[in-house]
Design a protein around this ligand. Sequence first.
Ligand SMILES: [Fe+2]
Length: 92
Amino acid sequence: MLHAHEAGELITQLEGEPSLGVGPLLKTHTHDTGKILQESLQHESDALKAYEDLLNLVEGKSVMLEEYATRLISDETRHAGEVRKMLLPPND
Ligand SMILES: [Fe+2]
């Protein structure tokens, strides 16, 4: 939610109008932790790709948006790594 709020702030700063729509939600309607984590990992990977695409668009054009995209790429990379660690089999 913090990322969505920050994106909205940037859009209004750039004189745009952020959508109030909600994107696709996670699909799992199960209590299977492995499936929930797999969907979470996919979500983190999709977000990472979107921020990489943004960085490619703004690189050399806007320091503010470059910094934003770079910071979010770092955040999403860390999030994906955390989920990957949770998916590892337990060490005995
Ligand atoms: Fe994330």
